[in-house]
Design a protein around this ligand. Sequence first.
Ligand code: ZN
Length: 291
Amino acid sequence: MLRLDLENMIREGKHVEWLMNEGVLKRDVVCDICGDNMKLHNQNSSADGKVFGCGKLRCGRARKSVREGSFFWGYKQPLEKLIRFVYEWAEETKQKKICRELGICKKTAVSLSDRLRHIVYSHVQVVNSSNFIGGEGKVVEIDETVVARRKYNVGRRVKEQWLFGGIVRGTLGGPIECFAELVNDRTAKTLEEVVKARVHPDSFICKDGWRGYVRLGDLFKVGTVNHSKNFVNPEDRNVHTQSIESMWNQLKTFLREHKAFKREKLELYINEFIFRKSCVEVFNNLIQLLK
Ligand SMILES: [Zn+2]
């Protein structure tokens, strides 16, 4: 959706109806007293312009907010501001700018951002646990990279945090088909487990010469590039890992922008990156997650 379309919708007062159509707001609401369905009324004095009501006198003409039980429940701001916030979050508008332009305080912005990020995180976790990437005729590039180095005071030991991932070649421009997981180490056992769980067995895998991949050839069709000598396999120019390396660059830029290299933030932001890259349109996809 374009920002202009969103603004038109809000100006025409159609945003509540739209959120109901999308399933973000409930359409069927029952009266707590009599249990009958409540009717949607226009009520200009209410924050959202519409309110659910029970017409019965014995229910005291009970009223319910249209946002009860929804993502927007509990916020004081008008619904149109909250929708605009979700839109700008999807567009990666800087938080400071959103607060200034929408007149939302930092505390509310942080609360909304955090909740959106956690919703996205859980969604990506579910996709991760149920979907393979790749398949027959598809090339999956895999690679591991260090995303953080943690210092330990004891003996000044430095522990590297490895990230392991794969991407279906040709999808980097979006919607991306990829996975990225934090792993404790990059031993053959660890990496094989992840590849088996995440990459469709009929895929063709491109990888570098890291010894952690030594047994993958038994399970997959595999091509190898030797990074110490060249970035493209001289015998087969299709064997390279340029897509996954570009993805790592983009992901690391994203993590830097969000200062997200701390372990507790890493997974959250890695999933956010994957979600954003896997969407055709982030706002529309995000709205689907708010149901
Ligand atoms: Zn009632």
